[in-house]
Design a protein around this ligand. Structure first.
Ligand SMILES: NC(=O)c1ccc[n+]([C@@H]2O[C@H](COP(=O)([O-])OP(=O)(O)OC[C@H]3O[C@@H](n4cnc5c(N)ncnc54)[C@H](OP(=O)(O)O)[C@@H]3O)[C@@H](O)[C@H]2O)c1
Length: 314
């Protein structure tokens, strides 16, 4: 396996944890020998658990003595938090080179981990500053991975992804008797979007029409705490039986009267990412009010063909 493939595996390990680590970001790391052999791969499993670098070092087992370089998708921390500083763990393991995918977006600590390692004589390389196009691209992927965390740090609100599906005639309402008109492939994609999210947000119209389960299928959900389900319902039309059913499926439902206040509250609760799965009324209102960061639009062209477009707000 090449160095680059090893780094991509670290990125993939971090992606597997999206939606499971808030209020921490998803992070992955890989440990290499001086010859470039991958000795260990690890990811941050969740708040209060070891950070990715420490997990990756742990998975080296007896090969730890050969640890020479570490790639980590996010700058190693240099402060004592719920866990000891990762810079200390890297130095203790005798690591001589650290490659960093993205600097810490928190302005109070940004660059601190990289500086501490440099001062201890470790060679530090930032992917964003690399001469190699592959490494710069990897740096972009690492920035992308933490976009919800970065947004939450800067604004105090979660990153909002709106997902909407249109049929060939441009309608969002599925035909009578059906809850969805997506193919199996797109359903899997939709469930991955759910898995990445700390919160699912919907409207009373969708609940009353479809009684959606809002579970995560097709994939092993890595979340360890209940996922929040926020339901916009100013008139109180959603019944207790639906709310009890949602709780029975491991969700934490909450009736919402004011979307903006809900986004503030979710941010204060430490949620990084919200997925909006609502009908045309609520979706339209959130788009009009600019309450979104990523818009995923799925258009059914024919029974066999769909087109997916993803727009991001700067
Ligand atoms: N194609 C898709 O992507 C997709 C996704 C989900 C659902 N759907 C379909 O959409 C249909 C339901 O659509 P819908 O438009 O009736 O339901 P909706 O958009 O899911 O919910 C609308 C309700 O949200 C509540 N709401 C609370 N705050 C609001 C605000 N600030 N602005 C607007 N609404 C607010 C309103 O109820 P109150 O007035 O009581 O507050 C409103 O009646 C169903 O057929 C469902 O299958 C399609």
């Amino acid at each position: 396996m090449s160095l680059h493939e090893g780094r991509l595996r670290a990125l993939a390990a971090a992606r597997e944890r999206l939606g499971a680590t808030a209020p921490n970001p998803a992070v992955g790391a890989a440990v290499f020998s001086v010859e470039g052999e991958v000795l260990g791969i690890g990811a941050h499993l969740g708040a209060g658990r070891p950070h990715a670098e420490v997990e990756a070092l742990r998975t080296c087992g007896e090969a730890l003595g050969r640890a020479h370089a570490v790639f980590v998708t996010l700058e190693p921390c240099n402060h004592q938090g719920r866990t000891p500083p990762c810079t200390a763990a890297l130095l203790q393991a005798g690591v001589r080179a650290v490659w960093i995918g993205a600097l810490d977006p928190n302005p109070h600590v940004r660059g601190g981990g990289a500086d501490a390692l440099r001062q201890a004589g470790v060679q530090v390389r930032l992917m964003a500053e690399s001469a190699s196009p592959d490494e710069r691209r990897l740096g972009h992927h690492c920035e992308d991975l933490i976009a919800p965390y970065t947004h939450w740090l800067r604004t105090g609100r979660p990153y909002v992804t709106i997902k909407r599906v249109f049929d060939a005639a441009g309608r969002m309402e599925p035909p009578p008797g059906r809850k969805t008109f997506s193919s199996h492939r797109l359903l899997e994609y939709a469930h991955r979007l759910r898995r990445e999210s700390d919160v699912l947000l919907t409207g009373s119209g969708t609940v009353l029409a479809d009684r959606p389960e809002f579970t995560v299928r097709y994939d092993l959900d890595t979340r360890t705490s209940p996922r929040r389900l926020s339901i916009c319902d100013r008139r109180g039309r959603v019944d207790d039986a639906y709310l009890a059913g949602a709780m029975g499926r491991g969700l934490l439902p909450r009736i919402v009267a004011d979307i903006e206040a809900e986004l503030d509250l979710l941010g204060a609760e430490g949620a990084h990412q919200v997925l909006v799965e609502a009908g045309p009324t609520l979706t339209g209102r959130m788009l009009d009010r600019g309450l979104w960061n990523r818009l995923v639009t799925i258009r059914q062209i024919s029974p066999e063909e769909e087109q997916v477009t993803v727009e991001r707000r700067p």
